[in-house]
Write a protein that binds this ligand. Structure first.
Ligand SMILES: N[C@@H](CCC(=O)N[C@@H](CS)C(=O)NCC(=O)O)C(=O)O
Ligand code: FES
Length: 143
């Protein structure tokens, strides 16, 4: 999948750079893995900051639709800026919120709001949820 390629590329680009944030907390590879795992295990993931009003707006959109989401609050992580660097490599921007649905980056708060106004947000979530139900019917969770 293209996104995994982008993630691996992001990891190696950052590893080659002189990135002081790797001296504490997770290595870039571990942070890339954590992002990768989180967005593939959860239909809706919001990389967020607890104090950010734009982030609150994005989270409220999903709350109002009764959709569960996973929020990674980067201001609660010692290596939050490392996450943002990797998200930058993956998505072209390091601002929060960064919203992923079904493993794909859909944008920031205003992009998410726009998709919602266009009636496209909930169908994306449902697509992901339906895929998960189908997969869970298979023995041993095989894909
Ligand atoms: N148009 C973007 C604006 C995002 C934005 O400007 N985010 C600011 C906080 S509100 C940010 O991430 N600043 C850098 C930082 O917090 O690291 C969106 O709708 O998501
Ligand atoms: S709205 Fe101010 S930090 Fe996001």
């Amino acid at each position: 999948m293209a996104l995994w390629g982008a993630l691996r590329a992001a990891g190696s680009r950052l590893r080659m750079g002189n990135n002081p944030s790797t001296s504490m907390g997770l290595s870039n590879a571990a942070t890339v893995n954590k992002i990768q795992e989180t967005i593939s295990d959860n239909c809706v993931v919001i990389f967020s900051k607890t104090t950010c009003t734009y982030c609150k707006m994005a989270k409220k959109l999903f709350q109002d639709m009764n959709v569960n989401y996973t929020a990674i609050e980067l201001d609660m992580y010692e290596n939050g800026s490392q996450f943002q660097d990797i998200l930058h490599q993956m998505t072209g921007g390091r601002t929060v919120p960064r919203v992923f649905i079904n493993g794909a980056f859909i944008g920031g708060a205003t992009d998410t709001q726009r998709l919602h106004q266009q009636g496209k947000l909930l169908p994306l979530v449902h697509q992901c949820q339906m895929r998960r139900v189908k997969n869970s019917d298979l023995p041993c969770g095989l894909p």
